[in-house]
Write a protein that binds this ligand. Structure first.
Ligand code: BEZ
Length: 212
């Protein structure tokens, strides 16, 4: 088990899931991926998170992001729990949940933080680019459900900054002005961004979202 840092290759694995055996790299193919862990099956916050995740799947699909959850119980338990999630969240869980009874994947991704809890995973998120490098990690405690609007927002930022020489400012959302990469001199930026560049300070240059 090693800490996974940004830029590292996401460790590959093959594991059972609520939808059968899954190999991470085959499952992702050329897509982006989001892998998120849940402390355990039949827990209240996770039930709301997985129902919410299912409702967001269309938005992740639009962004070419494949979803993959993990919980440290078996596939049969996951499938029983999914019935409850579908019922109470009025949705259909439409992506796999990794079964991790032996904690192989949780260990591989350092999802168990023993000083928080020896047996349950924390709420980890890994966003993986098509080249299989890890682009984002988040760690939330078991008691705090994640914000799926924020996960979509960060995917928008990651995809924009992967393909354009920009960064995204505080609270940025798709379509709002972005920051020109600090490595680009302003005169070069003016040639590169045909929607215009505003130099607020020599180190803070704004330009409209190049994708809108
Ligand atoms: C939950 O998912 O509801 C949960 C799991 C473990 C501890 C606290 C909450």
């Amino acid at each position: 088990m090693a800490t996974i840092r940004l830029g590292d290759k996401a460790p590959d694995f093959t594991a059972d899931s609520s939808m059968g055996t899954i190999n991470l790299y085959n499952y992702l193919g050329d897509s982006w991926g989001i892998l998120f862990s849940h402390p355990a099956d039949f827990t209240p916050v996770c039930t709301t998170e997985l129902g919410t995740a299912a409702k967001f799947k269309g938005e992740f699909d639009k962004r070419n992001v494949k979803m993959l959850a993990l919980s440290v119980d078996g596939a049969a338990s996951h499938n029983e729990w999914i019935k409850d999630i579908n019922e109470v969240q009025k949705t259909t869980v439409n992506f796999p949940i990794i079964a991790d009874e032996d904690k192989k994947v949780s260990d591989l991704y350092d999802m168990i933080h023993p000083n928080a809890d020896n047996n349950l995973t924390v709420r980890s998120v890994f966003i993986i680019a098509p080249d299989k490098t890890v682009k984002l990690t988040l760690t939330y405690p078991a008691s705090t459900g994640r914000n799926f609007y924020e996960l979509l927002r960060v995917v928008d930022s990651l995809q924009l900054t992967a393909y354009h020489k920009v960064a995204t400012p505080a609270n940025w959302e798709h379509g709002q002005d972005v920051v020109v990469s600090p490595a680009i001199p302003t005169d070069e930026a003016r040639k590169m961004f045909n929607k215009g560049v505003v130099e607020v300070k020599p180190y803070l240059r704004m330009t409209p979202d190049p994708t809108t």
